[in-house]
Design a protein around this ligand. Structure first.
Ligand code: FAD
Length: 346
């Protein structure tokens, strides 16, 4: 006897998107997440244009965010930008996004259990979950959306060992200055990439860099950006996440499917985590409806191909002595830069 048709482990954006998609499909969904209320997390908070239809499906209004018109790569000597051809993306505070998803999930009758999952058994006709409050819960299907270092992926033997090479981490903080552009600016500094996302009445700054780079030092050395933020109040605490690169050997085992960062992640350099995570939420629910986890594997591979290939290539260059050539090359070949941005935007 199962306790739910679907258990979703993790109540971050992808877990909530999965539960919302499930309810839209008439499936009973129980989210298991230890944290209560609105959850904040280190994120660049840029939602690419390709995710806008998913946001509408999930009931998150565009008015929750600020339009993002394109991407601007900068170094101290030059900048090169491209405006999205097919309409803007959105800059949206994580807390605003999470609150909107929580509200929609509640409207649709998603059930909650505030507990941490400690172990999962994917075998047999049901998925079985053990939680840190000594309960055992069973479901016909389980979607693990429990983030970058997914305990469920490890528990069911789907996580691969971490690669030690090119390990990169993310940090983010907000500053109370009015956005000066509708582009996401990416400052390519020797220490790492500083992403500036326009938000409502403030900007978010995310640093992507190897271990040990201090956010304050990277910002202080960023020249033009440091001048813009000089004297501005920080409007959030510093948060970090990583290492980014996580691999899985497959995206399902038995009755368990992996979605979002839990299914494997490359890097935040192309700001695609939410777009592909929302896509995976929809694809996982379609596979569950069809009783076809193998179909999810194929759909996942198709949905993430560009992210895996393009982002890996860019990270390789960013982690090599060639990183200083990224902005000059993009400026010399604006057509190639525009084409790459359009692929990320899809
Ligand atoms: C610095 C940085 C910048 C980024 N910039 C962007 C960007 O601009 N655009 C973009 O699209 N993406 C960006 N990303 C990536 C994006 O943040 C992630 O892809 C996204 O958060 C993935 O959502 P998720 O729901 O899969 O995981 P998470 O948001 O990590 O949520 C996982 C949830 O699982 C819960 N959980 C964990 N363990 C357990 C357990 N044992 N039991 C139950 N629950 C558990 C956690 O409490 C958490 O709530 C960035 C990431 C970083 C770090």
């Amino acid at each position: 006897m199962s306790d739910a048709e679907l258990i979703v482990v993790g109540g971050g954006p992808v877990g909530l998107a999965t539960a919302i998609e499930a309810r839209r499909a008439g499936i009973d969904a129980l989210v298991v997440e230890p944290r209560e209320g609105v959850i904040d997390k280190a994120c660049g908070e840029g939602i690419m244009p390709g995710a806008i239809p998913a946001l509408s499906r999930l009931g998150v209004a565009r008015t929750h965010g600020s339009p993002i018109a394109g991407i601007d790569y900068r170094d101290p000597r030059r900048s090169v930008s491209h405006r999205f051809a097919g309409g803007p993306g959105l800059g949206m505070r994580r807390t605003v996004l999470h609150a909107a998803l929580l509200e929609r999930a509640a409207e649709l009758g998603v059930r909650w259990r505030h507990a941490r999952v400690t172990r999962v058994d994917a075998g047999g006709d049901l998925a079985t979950v053990w939680t840190d409050d000594d309960a055992t819960v069973r479901a016909d299907w389980l979607v693990a959306a429990d983030g970058l270092h997914s305990p469920v992926a490890r528990s069911v033997g789907l996580a691969l060992p971490e690669l030690r090479a090119r390990r990169r981490f993310g940090q983010r903080r907000h500053f109370g200055v009015a956005p000066w552009t509708d582009l996401v600016e990416v400052y390519w500094t020797p220490a790492g990439e500083l992403y500036v996302t326009p938000l409502a009445g403030e900007v978010g700054v995310a640093l992507l860099a190897p271990r040990g780079v201090r956010f304050a030092d990277a910002l202080a050395a960023s020249g033009e950006l440091a001048e813009r933020l000089d004297g501005a109040d920080a409007t959030s605490e510093l948060r970090g996440a990583g290492p980014f690169r996580q691999r899985t050997r497959a995206r399902s085992r038995g009755r368990v499917l992996l979605a979002g960062d839990a299914s494997g992640y490359v890097d935040a350099l192309t700001a695609e985590g939410l777009r592909i995570g929302f896509d995976q939420a929809r694809l996982a629910v379609e596979a569950i409806r069809a009783g076809d986890p193998a179909g999810y594997e194929r759909a996942w591979a198709h949905s993430t191909r560009d992210f895996r290939v393009l982002t890996s290539r860019l990270v390789r260059v960013a982690s090599s002595p060639l990183r200083g050539a990224v902005v000059p090359t993009a400026a010399t070949l604006p057509g190639r830069f525009a084409a790459a941005v359009e692929r990320i935007a899809r």
